[in-house]
Write a protein that binds this ligand. Structure first.
Ligand code: GAR
Length: 194
């Protein structure tokens, strides 16, 4: 059995799609959803899906190793960021080498980096007059949006498309691909050595 920990700060639609996708998979379990945001929609989704939730604050995340230790103790095989807006701390990245993945709502390396998240991304893409956007699923390192790319998919942008239109197209791609890619990354992994 492989165990996933999901990190989310917002609505959690991707987290729910991933949970739905693996619901009947006896080899994969969403062990935990972690969030920095007590008001995040993902918390209500987690309750409905009967997935345990852990809320944490900035000081715990960045000045203690509590989260890293908890994830190691729980035997987490893969950490999946699904709309998680904080940078991963160095000790957590080191403890889970090539075992943290993120989805970004644009075609990296364009439109990435600090401050480029959620709607800001789609506004920047529209303002730049891009002809296409898409999704990037990538490994996570200590820098925003810089880890090795695992998968990208694109969608066309019409001249009349607003940032909201682009957001809808990109979200459809996220829901279509992220659950499958998560499972594909997870399947060949061996347990982490203590
Ligand atoms: C998704 O579009 C994801 O790509 C984006 O946040 C949204 C979360 O939606 N992530 C980033 O911008 C990270 N830089 P959700 O809460 O409905 O899954």
């Amino acid at each position: 059995m492989k165990h996933i920990a999901l990190f989310a700060s917002g609505s959690g639609s991707n987290a729910e799609k991933i949970a739905d996708y693996v619901a009947d998979n006896t080899e994969v379990k969403i062990a935990l959803i972690l969030s920095n945001n007590p008001k995040a929609g993902v918390i209500e989704r987690a309750r409905r899906l009967h997935i345990p939730v852990l809320l944490f604050d900035r000081a715990t995340f960045y000045t203690t190793s509590q989260i890293t230790e908890l994830l190691l103790n729980q035997g987490i095989d893969l950490i999946v960021l699904a709309g998680f807006m904080w940078l991963m701390p160095a000790d957590l990245v080191r403890a889970f080498p090539n075992r943290i993945i993120n989805i970004h709502p644009a075609l990296l390396p364009k439109f990435g980096g600090k401050g480029m998240y959620g709607h800001f991304v789609h506004e920047a893409v529209a303002a730049a007059g891009e002809k296409e956007s898409g999704i990037t699923i990538h490994y996570v390192n200590e820098h925003y949006d810089e880890g090795q790319i695992i998968f990208q998919a694109t969608c066309p942008i019409a001249q009349s498309d607003t940032p909201d239109d682009i957001a809808r197209s990109v979200q459809a791609l996220e829901h279509m691909h992220y659950p499958r890619v998560v499972t594909e990354v997870l399947t060949p992994l061996n347990p982490l050595k203590p």
